[in-house]
Write a protein that binds this ligand. Structure first.
Ligand code: S3P
Length: 428
């Protein structure tokens, strides 16, 4: 288990790119796998999580070649999987487990989905309930609807489903099952979660209808193979955005980064906190992408809550670090979902910020951070959670003395090159 030692750096001046978007990479593989024909996916993120999805598709009989680490050639199975020879191990990846559950629910096969210790504690009722209502048999082997999942597929019926919390994974599981169901499947969510599944289905030639917070799909449509370029992951770029935003005089340019409006809330929050944020969309494709320039400033506290939460859900750990470096109070509310991510992120953030000397009050669904206290280096745990490890590596750039992040192997799930990029940034 590798540890990182981080020392403070003065201003950052850099131009960089980040690896492919994790959410889009998963979906590109899944949809190419069930389509008719051969698709080439460029800019794919070859992280541990996304490779779980690749391996799952291979286990279900799909041929995937990897001519280069970030290029996949997928021969679609036209919607018919072969039964997997054994359990499919989804590792740490909630996206793999939940989206795959939706896809196999409409196939006449048994599939067992397992995960690592963290994934085995994550709630699955949000997909078990709708998939069961559609006609699949889904049995959770863990307590309280936790993995492993045993799924027996069936001829599905369409349903109308309302999500209790905005969740792109739950929404996608139902939409993907809806592809194989008779009739029109409809999913409504309380606020808009990332819409990559809808965008990607559209790209593969499937009609998806959206009206406000409701999205519908008619079953029985065949996906046509399509090539796709995955833009850089804005959730990965967010670590560098904060590294630059919180230091007056710093300046950073990130190129080829995904700018889907359901994902770019981090930019609005940093701008509200006083950072200089300039965005140029250069590829107005299915998934828009472009350049982001961040100029550092003395940040000010803000409020992050309501409908904005789903849009910044993965960036909240690093935004909490920005809040500790800002003047004044930042409140985060309505973010109870952070308790059931790869770790209990509200607890992990509060624990680590306090260890660095910040003033934090943890609430049931968020926290209040009173920024401006000087941070001092400390030994911090990753909690086995990639985003906690990376967010606190960024905090270490601002803390006096030395910060150690313990157990950083988890970073490979979303950003294998992070430590090298951090070293390059610090040396520049
Ligand atoms: C993801 C959706 C989000 C996010 C996760 C990736 C996805 O979770 O936190 O890291 O790829 O669909 P929700 O399902 O809770 O929205």
């Amino acid at each position: 288990m590798a540890d990182w030692i981080i020392r403070p750096v003065p201003q950052i001046q850099a131009t960089l790119q980040v690896p492919g978007d994790k959410s889009i990479s998963h979906r590109a593989v899944l949809l190419a796998a069930i389509s008719d024909g051969t698709s080439e996916i460029r800019g794919f993120l070859p992280s541990a999580d996304c490779m779980r999805t690749v391996d799952a598709m291979r286990a279900l009989g799909v041929t995937i070649q990897v001519p280069e680490p970030t290029t996949l050639v997928v021969q679609g199975c036209r919607g018919t999987f072969r039964p997997a020879p054994g359990a499919i191990d989804c590792g740490n990846s909630g996206t793999t487990m939940r989206l795959l559950a939706g896809l196999v629910a409409g196939q006449p096969i048994h599939t067992r989905l397992t995960g690592d210790r963290s994934l085995s504690t994550r709630p699955m009722r949000r997909i078990i309930e709708p998939l069961t209502r559609m006609g699949a048999t889904v049995h959770a082997e863990g307590p309280d609807g936790r993995p492993p999942l045993m799924i027996e597929g069936a001829h599905l019926q369409s349903i109308e489903h309302s999500l209790a919390t905005a969740s792109a994974q739950a929404k996608s599981a139902v939409l993907l099952a809806g592809l194989f169901a008779r009739g029109v499947t409809t999913v409504s969510e309380p606020s808009l979660s990332r819409d990559h599944t809808e965008q990607m289905l559209d790209h593969f030639g499937v009609a998806v209808h959206r009206a406000g917070l409701t999205v519908s799909i008619t079953g029985g449509q065949t996906l046509q193979a399509r090539s796709f370029s995955v833009p850089g992951d804005i959730s990965s770029a967010a670590f560098w955005f904060v590294a630059a935003a919180a230091r007056p005089g710093s300046s950073l340019l990130v190129e080829n980064v995904g700018l889907n409006p359901t994902r770019s809330g981090v930019l609005a929050v940093l701008s509200a906190m006083g950072a200089g944020v300039e965005v140029a969309v250069t590829e107005p494709a299915t998934e828009p992408s472009g350049r982001v320039r961040i100029d550092g400033a003395q940040l000010q506290g803000t409020h992050i809550g309501g409908d904005e939460i789903a849009n910044v859900i993965d960036e909240l750990p690093v935004l909490a670090v920005a809040a500790a470096l800002a003047h004044g109070r930042t409140t985060i509310s309505g973010a109870g979902e952070l308790r059931v991510k790869e770790s209990d992120r509200l607890n992990a953030i509060a624990t680590n910020l306090r260890a660095l000397g910040a003033e934090v009050e943890e609430t049931g669904d968020g926290m209040v951070i009173t920024g401006g206290r000087p941070l001092h280096g400390a030994r911090l745990h990753s909690f086995g959670d990639h985003r906690i490890a990376m967010a606190f590596a960024i905090a270490g750039l601002f803390a006096h003395g030395e910060t150690t992040i313990i157990d950083t192997d988890c970073v490979a799930t979303s950003y294998p090159g992070f430590p090298e990029q951090l070293c390059a940034l610090c040396a520049a």
